[in-house]
Each structure stands twice: as C-alpha cells, then as structure tokens.
Write a protein that binds this ligand. Sequence first.
Ligand code: HEM
Length: 512
Amino acid sequence: MQNVSRVFKRTLLSVVLSATTLPPVFAANLTRDNGSPVGDNQNSETAGPEGPVLLQDSHLVEKLQRFDRERIPERVVHARGTGAFGDFVPSADLSDLTTAQVFSPGSKTPVFVRFSTVMGYRGSPEQARDPRGFAIKFYTGQGNWDMVGINWPIFFIRDAIKFPDFVHANKPGAVTGVQDPNLAFDFFAHTPEATNMLTHLYSDDGMPDSYRHMDGFGVHAFKFVNAKGEVHYVKFHWVSDQGKKDLRPGEIAASIGSDWNLMTNDLYGAIRKQDFPKWDLYIQVLKPSDLNKFSYDGLDDTKEWLGVPERKIGTMTLNRVPDNYFESTEESAFAPSRLVPGIEPSEDRMLQGRLFAYADTQMYRLGANYNSLPINRPLIDVHSNNQDGRMNASGRTGDVNYEPSGISELSQDPKYKYVQTPLSGTTQQIAIHKKQNFRQAGQYFESLTEQGKGDLVTALSGDLSHVTNEDNKYTMLSYFNKADPDLGARLIRALNADGSKVKTLSAKLSDE
Ligand code: HEM
C-alpha cells in the first residue's frame, strides 16, 4: 500500500501498555546525544590550569544547550497536573445510542488521565480553591477520544468569547503576578451566569481532599449517533468508587503546609500500593426534542440537567504511574474536538469554542506534530495526508500525499460523515433566551447540609471581604441573595453588609 503514514505503533504500545519498569542499566557508558561515549562529565576542558574553558568542549556545550531548552510553555490554564494510565471497561450495550466501539461489550480500552487545577502555575500547590480538571484520553480502536471535563457538572460562563477575559481576571494579576479577588469579582459582578459555579467553588466540594475522592463530569452535552444516524444528547458523569471527601475551610492551610503536592502523592501512593482507584461512568440521555423542555437552555453549560436519570455504562481503573513526567503528563494533549465515530459535539456555545482552542494551543505549546508524540499517538495506524512540519517523525512513505487519487488505496467512507443537524434563523450575535442565572445556585445551596452551608459562607465571605470596590461587592451579594435569600442573609451577616441595599439590588434581577 502506498501513501501510508505509519505512526510508531510499537513504541506507543510499549509506552502505553507496558506495566513494568525496567531497572536502571548501570553498566552502560554515559553518552552524548549522538551516542558517543563521555570521558569526563565532571570537569570542563580548559586552556591549562588557569585558562578559560574551551568552546571545543562540545559535550559541555551540548549539555548546556539542551538544559537551556528543557522548559516548554506551560498550559495557559490547567498548568498544574498529574497523570496516570489505566483502562476503561464498558458495562452496557449502547449500540442503540452510538456506534462508538469504546462501548462495545467485552472490550477494554487503555486510557491516560490527567487531573489538574486551573489557575495556578505549573509548580503551584495542589490544594487550590479551583475546579479540578478531569481529562481522559481513550486509546480506542477507532482512534483517540478525549473527554476533557472537570469535577463539577457546570462551568462559570456559557460563551467561549468570554473565556480569555474569565482567565485573565482569575489568573495571577498582570501587575503583581498574584491572584486578586478584587479582579476576579470585578469580572464575576458582570457575569451573573457564574453564580451557580461560584456557589460550587466556595462549597466544600471546591476543595476535594484528593483526586481519588472526587467525581468527574463532561459538563457539556455531546451527541451520540447510532448506526441509523439517530441522535441523542448525552452528558457524562464519573462517580468515584472511593467516595467523595473534601477539605473544610479550617483544614486547608494545614494541608498545604503538610504537603502541597498532596494530590499527586496520594494518587501515586495508592496506585503504587495497588490500591487502584476506580470511577464508574454514568450518562444522562435526552432525545433532541426533549432539550427544550427545561425552564433553562438545555445546552447552557452553566446548568445541570436536573431530573434526568443517570445510567451506568462502564468503569475506569487507574493502575499505572507514568515513568516519565514530561513525556506523559506534560506532553499529553487533550482536546474536546478529538472525537470518534458515534460521538459528536453538541451546539453548546462553550464547547464549540473549545473545539478550536485546544488543538490550536497544543500546536503552539508542543508543535504541529504533537499528535505523533508517544502519549498522544493513537494505537491504530494513522493515514492522513497531513505531513512535514517541525520535529516530524511520523515515518509516512509513498509519493501520493493527496486525495482523490487513482493510484492510492486510501479512501473515505461515507458512513463516517458527520450527522446532519437541522438549522433555523439568521446569523446573529444574541445571548441565549432562557438564562435563568440564579435558580440552580439556590437549589445547590439548599441541597447542602447545615455544616456545608456554613463552610460555603465562611469560604465565600472570606474572599468577598477582600473586595474593595463596594459596587462589585454588593452586586455579588445581590446575586447570591437572588439565588437563595438564606445564603444572602448569611453572607450579609458575615460581611456586616447593608441588607436592605442587597435586597433592593436583588429585586431588580431577573431569573428568567
Ligand atoms: C471556551 C472555553 C474554554 C477554552 C477556550 C479552554 C481552553 C483551554 C486551553 C487552551 C487549555 C490548555 C490545553 C493544553 O495546553 O493542552 C485548557 C485545558 C483544559 N481545559 Fe479548558 N477551556 C475552556 C473551557 C473549559 C471547560 C468548560 C472545561 C470543563 C468542562 C475545561 C477543562 C479543561 C481541562 C480539564 C484542561 C486540562 C487538560 C489537560 O489535563 O491537559 N475547559 N483549556
């Protein structure tokens, strides 16, 4: 067969599947990068005992050059993370819903998972009050499927056009390099749809005590497409078999003080002890005609699908710690656009932006050929006509690097075409109609225990007390009061705020 770009399947298999770590080979000679043996790795070559170091010491020069280039840009968000290998085993036949083979009964799919915080730098403490990234790469027989989610079912904003502003306001500040609640709440005071997510963020759920003790969610709706081309909208939920455990506000400082790499050490410690963590995967399923039946927009990622039953469809087990942090965790690239036949994106406006942003940042962060890196390569051969670029080692052969062709055997198959979606209206720049910015935040608050409500108020009032701009502080209070008057009253008390002012502002807000 001509025109086949072969991915290094054998190398990938050894990286992804090998369960053992080889002992270090001490007998081998230290070499330079060209393989030639090193004679002295401790003393540079100098011009006599007092003279300068010689440029001709190419071992020294190469060593320093490679060292100078060790860092790549950290992820623009989710820079602090930790990864582990494992597998996914489906437990239900989903052929009525999707053609995705990852759900074929009897199959076992290798996975790589990366957990992360969002706003901190690469070496920042893992116990931040932050959502936790929960990203899974499934190495399926139909190519790689990435589910790039977090530990809650919702997000702060509902349109990708706001994401860079959201991140700028919440990342360490442009002047001080330090996170500043004044800037964050300046943004949130103008972003009422974030109220639901903020209520989660400041609850105890905002501080899981470890990655093993938290759930994961795909957040957005996706489309399942079956062999007949029928579409169902689905949401994904990973339920921790270890149960959920959180840190309470009074426990956070001691936890950071004891070990700020605690989440990684906990995960790797458990896996090394063969206490393999597991998560069961559940889905919610809706017919397209049912999406509009909510009092809110069914494709708004600031909302959960309340009242839609979940069904279990499989289990993921993490059972291997990577041997090389950089080549696995740092070089891994997850993207919501990395989908397989039978799973397609929904029209959720945030998801649509994400479909572009991840591969784009990864071409910058890792280079155009990041998909050929061992951690990102599919287990199956790749036959695309994408070629060349910096650091390309895909090993493609053959001179037919185009399609259609009468001399290449590569072809397309119409059964993998994207599903057709009915459209209406004109192009537009208009917010969604059923915004309902506050109700689910109130329902979430009401679902908490008395202790949970108290902890939420302690944590939230702690950060709001740093907000010096009174307009922003009162606007935030009005949002929480609109969500739930009891939450509002508790925050007013904790901050010694003017309750009638909060109520007046709150009364002006719409929750439609
Ligand atoms: C339009 C909105 C969003 C944009 C533009 C965006 C963009 C990004 C970018 C550029 C990265 C870095 C990727 C890399 O360097 O490899 C990233 C990482 C990540 N994002 Fe988002 N993001 C958005 C919303 C979300 C949402 C709603 C979720 C959760 C459902 C999410 C979950 C994650 C996770 C888990 C990672 C880390 C993946 C890893 O471990 O490598 N993001 N995001």
